[in-house]
Design a protein around this ligand. Structure first.
Ligand code: HEM
Length: 142
């Protein structure tokens, strides 16, 4: 009786990785390095490269970097510059299906490998990116 049924929840909440885990392990600099490594790959990727505005690579990198700083490290810069993220709406101009989703995740996975994102942070980010990338899909697959 008593509280025994609540103990598993209690321990999960204490030990589960969250945004603060990523801030502690990677910091804003680590996230910036990860985003830079990601865009290095996006630029030359046959599927992803052509989707991005070709004359604003610095801007694209800045938007993702500041979005992650906002979402993970409570830095308000993205919000002040761009307003509410509304990511799904902002991805509507681009055709995003399973191939695009998977390529985005593959390039981000390689970027995380390159800068050495591991452990709890890596698990949390893998999950976080997979969820958002899947949510961005806006094309019916045949
Ligand atoms: C699923 C595959 C995805 C594709 C093909 C894709 C593609 C794009 C493209 C072409 C842009 C416009 C260029 C730019 O303004 O930077 C963009 C913007 C952006 N994407 Fe993605 N994206 C994907 C997934 C994601 C994911 C998973 C995230 C976040 C974790 C994300 C975050 C952003 C952000 C923050 C912007 C800038 C929004 C703004 O302020 O205008 N995208 N994306």
């Amino acid at each position: 009786m008593g509280h025994s049924a609540e103990w598993p929840i209690f321990f999960r909440n204490i030990f589960m990785a969250d945004e603060s885990t990523v801030v502690a392990e990677l910091g804003k600099d680590g996230l910036a390095a990860m985003v830079a490594a990601f865009y290095q790959r996006v630029r030359t990727d046959d599927l992803m490269g052509p989707m991005y505005p070709d004359d604003d690579w610095e801007g694209s990198e800045e938007r993702l970097r500041e979005f992650l700083w906002f979402r993970i490290a409570q830095d308000p810069t993205y919000l002040l510059k761009r307003g509410h993220p509304r990511l799904r709406m902002r991805h509507m101009p681009f055709q995003i299906g399973i191939a695009e989703r998977d390529r985005w995740l593959e390039l981000m996975g390689a970027a995380m490998d390159e800068v050495g994102v591991q452990g709890e942070s890596r698990q949390w980010l893998d999950d976080f990116f997979a969820q958002i990338a899947d949510f961005m899909r806006n094309r019916e697959e045949g």
